[in-house]
Design a protein around this ligand. Structure first.
Ligand code: HEC
Length: 342
């Protein structure tokens, strides 16, 4: 009996598969047939470019409206800062510190965006130029005096807006990335004579992120105290990429920072969160780095530091202190730092 039931079960299965295949086959014209999980084909959520009659006030009936005139995409504000002509651009200086990490990142971007023309070592022997179908730059390579003497600002202008036969890169690289690429161009140009900036000092941060830290001035704090606080903050680790709660063992280290700040009521702190890569965390509207900085601030508040002495800043993934290529590197780059300000 059991066996017969089994057979019937199998038969049923076959019939269902067969029937589904048949019904599925009736698709055609305006009939989609039977769709498995139709929401995957026809989105219920609004899609930016979908055009419908209902959206009659939007251009082309799109779900999306065109941005207000003059609107600037997030993170691109600096784009409009660099508007002047080539001659004036000679006055612009590179605001990004030439740390090893920044130059390395510049190199990575150079290999993607520039080396096919300028060559791996900046000798204008990339594949595009070698093919003979594209005229080379009118100088030998980055090692030529022409480039060595070219002001940073003008090089940046050319990278941003293009020059002669070179296209613009302002639309593919952010201003910060372009400055980093320029550091790498200088490295290729100068070789061993290139001088790196010291890694990750507080001054770099304030300079690099001049905008973000606007209105703050670093406070004078004894080096030993800074070392203590920096060492403590190195132990502040978060449980997982996704979680905004730090690990329990971080608390004792944060307590040291709280005690120090309670003993120094004249100091205020910028609490800067960093992540290894820009991840979208479901349910989070703010950048994870901001959320983490805020979590640290909230904890310090709990320990008696008044909120007006604490400013949380999310630095995103823009300021790695080491390469993100290894797991350890990423772990090091995921961090929260404290800068004492007046
Ligand atoms: C399609 C080939 C091509 C690509 C890609 C390219 N360049 Fe160029 N680049 C040129 C040519 C050609 C010139 C010479 C322009 C001139 O003076 O007429 C030039 C000039 C320059 C100069 C000198 C600018 C000046 O003001 O005299 C710099 C610096 C430079 N490139 C850097 C870069 C960087 C950095 C990238 C990548 C982000 C890049 N280039 C991508 C072809 C290219």
């Amino acid at each position: 009996m059991k066996q017969i039931q089994n057979h019937i079960g199998k038969l049923n299965g076959l019939i269902i598969i067969g029937a589904t295949a048949l019904v599925g086959c009736t698709a055609g014209g305006n009939n989609p047939g039977i769709e498995y999980a139709p929401n995957m084909y026809v989105s219920e959520a609004y899609e930016a470019y979908t055009q419908t009659k209902e959206m009659r006030y939007n251009p082309h009936g799109m779900t999306m409206r065109t941005p207000v005139e003059g609107a600037v995409a997030m993170g691109q504000l600096a784009y409009s800062e660099y508007e002047e002509g080539y001659a004036e651009s000679a006055a612009w200086t590179n605001p990004v510190a030439a740390t090893e990490a920044n130059v390395a990142e510049g190199g990575r971007l150079y290999d993607i965006n520039c080396q096919h023309c300028h060559g791996k070592k900046g000798k204008n022997d990339g594949g595009v130029i070698k093919s003979g179908k594209y005229p080379p730059p009118p100088w030998d390579g980055y090692q030529s005096d022409q480039i060595k003497n070219l002001p940073d600002g003008q090089a940046f202008h050319s990278i941003t807006f293009g020059k002669g036969n070179m296209g613009a890169h302002g639309n593919v690289l952010t201003p910060e990335e372009r400055w980093k690429v320029l550091h790498y161009v200088r490295k290729l140009s100068l070789g061993d004579a290139f001088v790196y900036a010291p890694e990750g000092t507080a001054d770099d941060l304030v300079q690099v992120k001049g905008k973000t830290f606007e209105g703050f001035e670093l406070a004078e704090v004894a080096q030993a105290d800074l070392d203590m606080v920096n060492a403590a903050m190195k132990h502040v680790k978060f449980a997982d990429l996704k979680y905004k709660k730090f690990k329990d063992e971080s608390a004792i280290h944060l307590d040291k920072v709280a005690t120090y700040m309670n003993q120094h009521p004249e100091l205020k702190a910028v609490v800067a969160g960093h992540i290894a890569s820009d991840v979208k965390v479901p349910g989070l509207t703010e950048n994870l780095s901001t959320v983490r900085a805020k979590t640290v601030c909230a904890y310090l508040e709990e320990k008696g530091i008044s909120a007006d002495r604490l400013t949380a800043k999310g630095m995103g993934s823009e300021m790695p202190i080491t390469s993100n290529d290894t797991k350890e590197g990423k772990e090091t780059n995921r961090r929260v730092e404290i800068y004492f300000v007046k």
